[in-house]
Design a protein around this ligand. Structure first.
Ligand code: HEC
Length: 179
């Protein structure tokens, strides 16, 4: 056999294989009784749910207040640094964009002397209990719709409890802890 013969044989074999293979495919398609459940291979991939797609869990102010007795006021001071752009914490401190916060825990809402509150805040009844503070500082505009405090809120419950533990010190006597 010369090279040309070999090529012809190889060509014939390849052609035969091609015909068989494509014939099998045609038969597969033709005789397939039911479609596979899913197209392609089932790869072992676990679906990761996008975090942002989940609705924010309902905020539980009582759960934050429950953390307060063991909260870390030093970390709370760190959290409070965000507030200092608008609030002074010291006794007799000035009102800035927001009112001075000395003695705010347990104080009647919207009563820092000389501060011009929004109508929303003036219309919000009651005093700053731990729970009211937790709600307002978690989501200011949700707790007091129309408030002028431009702050997104402290979303981490531990940080929020720590912040309250720090604010507890802003008074002549520390505000009583929750029972
Ligand atoms: C961008 C400025 C700004 C920042 C930041 C800010 N606040 Fe305020 N805050 C305000 C303003 C303005 C008001 C008055 C709101 C109103 O009248 O509606 C206010 C009101 C309050 C009140 C109610 C006081 C009262 O006398 O009734 C509390 C409590 C308070 N802020 C705490 C905080 C804490 C704690 C932080 C940080 C976690 C913070 N704020 C961050 C501007 C700010």
């Amino acid at each position: 056999m010369d090279g040309f013969e070999l090529n012809k044989i190889a060509g014939a074999v390849l052609t035969a294989m091609l015909v068989i293979a494509s014939g099998k495919t045609v038969m597969d398609i033709g005789f397939q009784k039911h479609k596979p459940e899913k197209a392609g291979w089932a790869l072992p991939v676990t679906e990761v749910k996008a975090k942002t797609a989940e609705p924010e869990a309902a905020f539980d102010a009582k759960a934050v207040v429950a953390l307060l007795p063991k909260a870390n006021a030093d970390n709370g001071l760190d959290v409070f640094k965000k507030c200092m752009a608008c609030h002074t914490p010291d006794k007799g401190g000035r009102n800035l964009v927001g009112p001075n916060l000395w003695g705010v825990v347990g104080r009647k809402i919207a009563t820092a002397p000389g501060f011009n509150y929004s109508d929303a805040m003036k219309g919000h009844p009651g005093t700053w209990t731990w729970e009211e503070l937790a709600k307002y500082l978690h989501g200011p505009t949700q707790a007091v719709p129309g408030t002028r405090m431009q702050f997104p809120g402290v979303k981490d419950n531990t940080d929020l409890a720590d912040l309250l533990a720090y604010m507890r010190k802003l008074g002549d006597t520390p505000a009583p802890l929750p029972q």
